[in-house]
Design a protein around this ligand. Structure first.
Ligand code: ZN
Ligand code: ZN
Length: 105
């Protein structure tokens, strides 16, 4: 479990990509599709593991708005109208990061 905080959050609509720079110099990359499919909200995940929905067909979804929530999470609004997921910094860093370093671990 990391306890780092973002120093910068960038979202590139054109590439459907989000990047986060962390205060320990790690640089994270996420595709908007990946973030949408991993949406942690109760609607997408269900309240128990067997209720979790498989989310598919989000290849063309873009994050249109990113809001920082307190000092622990961001909320992402997607252009399919979904925007209730709170992505905690620790999940973004430890579970969701798609940078080459994290993908090869
Ligand atoms: Zn969701
Ligand atoms: Zn990474």
């Amino acid at each position: 479990m990391s306890h780092t905080s973002p120093t910068a959050i960038r979202s590139m609509l054109k590439d459907a990509r989000m990047e986060i720079d962390w205060d320990d110099d790690h640089k994270s990359i996420y595709s908007h599709e990946h973030l949408r499919m991993e949406c942690p909200c109760a609607d997408c995940r269900g309240h128990t593991p067997d209720q979790a929905k498989v989310i598919t067909g989000k290849e063309n979804v873009h994050a249109r708005h990113i809001e920082i929530i307190g000092n622990y999470a961001i909320r992402i609004e997607f252009d399919d109208g979904h925007g209730t997921g709170l992505y905690t910094f620790s999940s973004l860093r430890d579970a969701l990061c798609q940078c080459p370093d994290c993908l090869t671990q």
